[in-house]
Ligand binder design. Sequence first.
Ligand code: HEM
Length: 416
Amino acid sequence: MAGSGRDSHPPGDDIPDGIRLMPIDPVFREDPHPVLHELRERCPVHRDREFNRVVLSRFADVEAVVRSREYWADPRKALPDDPVRRFVADGVEPSMLFLDDPDHQRLRNLVSRAFTPRQAEQWRPLVREVARELLDRLDPGGADGFDLIEALAGPLPAIAIARILGVDPAEQAQFKQWSEAATTSFFDPFAGEDAQRAGEEAAAALDACLRSEIARRREKPADDLIGQLVAAEEGGDRLTEDELVTMCNLLLIAGNVTTTDLIGNGTRALLEHPEQLAALRADPTRIGNAVEEMLRFDPPVTVTGRVVPTDTRIDGVDVDARESVTVLLSAANRDPAVNPDPDRFDITRSDIRLLSFGGGAHLCLGAHLARVEAQEAIGALVARFGHLRAAETPAEWKSVPGFRGLARFRVRVDPL
Ligand code: HEM
């Protein structure tokens, strides 16, 4: 039941708070959904006492926040001690993910044409080729199988985006390494000092590589994604060099780990439900709907947020101007009010409602590409190996707040 005033529930109750709602907590990391169901049922508009933030978990509330034209996405507008401010370093112009209109609209208009569903379909053959190359190289191993993350889910999005961007083939392996190191340290506030330093060095190398790629396109126009972004024009306006670098970095940071996690989480769900694997095998054209169900069931991005511009009351809970509101995308996807029997994984489910790509003005730009990559990777894996199942070694979840993905997932290929 929602409360009223600044607190959403009586003191001393045991509604999960703070770390208990993050994958650093081992119970939440292993399976967040019982905790999220409890939260949604008992306190859907929840003031987290450990981090002093308001947390929403019902589908309707989460959707209203991400679609709101009033709420801000720019963390610099939050109160000085709000943890969301760490997403934008002092003196750095943020990517469009953290900008509001008119700046957001301007950047989005300049790049959105390169990310339509039609464009993503044109990248499908390239993605299919990457999946084939990776599966050709894969050693199915013995009883302990192979690590799906290392062999397929990790490399596929990184190689695909390097080729889509048009990075010099001689630099692609380096490029993939830099983008991984830079992304890891960007997202994980708990990464150690060494990982942070390695991340900063990788980000600098990536920056230099992108600037030289941009300079090459200015001299000699090209039809790859960097070339398209360099040439993008809207009403006489173009992206500056700094904006181009920030945009390419955003594509790597927002797109690689998330798609790896979708392929990992989705394959795991499939192998944990052998009847669903059999249904996909019986009719491979189900892969499109299967990936939607994978996105709903265990989404890679579990949390996002907005800053509230004025004093607001959400379902009886007061939120002050410039406080941030955290929305739980994974809890929303399993809200029984929109997806009946939400813990059932069913690749034939109809009318799937999901907020895994957010919504409104900041709806994920790469959603179509991510779908194509997951469809091609998982479709090819299932087609290639007659008999797949999880190996004995337990899967290992990562502990980065706001994300859900597997660090390791060993898969066995049994003889038929
Ligand atoms: C399964 C994989 C992915 C998931 C789950 C995901 C999730 C999300 C979410 C939830 C947002 C919105 C955040 C918010 O509103 O606060 C977002 C935004 C964004 N995503 Fe993705 N993403 C994925 C893959 C990709 C890929 C492959 C790319 C590009 C290559 C990409 C590029 C972006 C960009 C540029 C934005 C910012 C859009 C804006 O601010 O207008 N994403 N993504």
